[in-house]
Design a binder for this molecule. Sequence first.
Ligand code: DAT
Ligand code: MG
Length: 140
Amino acid sequence: MEKTFFMIKPDGVSRGLVGQVLDRIERRGFTIEKLELREASSELLRKHYEDLVDKPFFLDLECYMTSAPLVIGVISGNHVISSWRTMMGVTNPKDALPGTIRGDFAQAAEDGGGIQNVVHGSDSAESAQREMNIWFGCDL
Ligand code: DAT
Ligand code: MG
């Protein structure tokens, strides 16, 4: 049984989409193992997105992710890491297919604007373990 780390990002929380996202997780048969409403500190975010801190869009990303509370959690199930990525849809809502969370709930950014795409999910078993450690640490 796999576990993955997920988030409902500040746009998802402030737009009132928490229930609909959790509903999709439960409908799919995945188990919610952990769930918390959190304010993300810049320090934690820099760890979480350590591969992106040097990108030109990082400041936008940091402002977006610290703009309002987010929901973090751990879900488990068979092949949950890749299945949750499929349920989310691709990174840019412009290209996300209908039926995916990003394709159903997110809108493409203005040209040059930052991406707000409602949800996060770890992209591998290594990332899942790393992100669970960052956000839940000893609490796991
Ligand atoms: P994902 O969230 O699909 O795993 P990622 O890990 O490559 O995508 O990027 C993390 C977040 O950073 C993404 O959800 C939105 C933002 N982002 C990524 N690429 C971007 C870009 N080219 N312009 C603006 N924001 C971007
Ligand atoms: Mg990613």
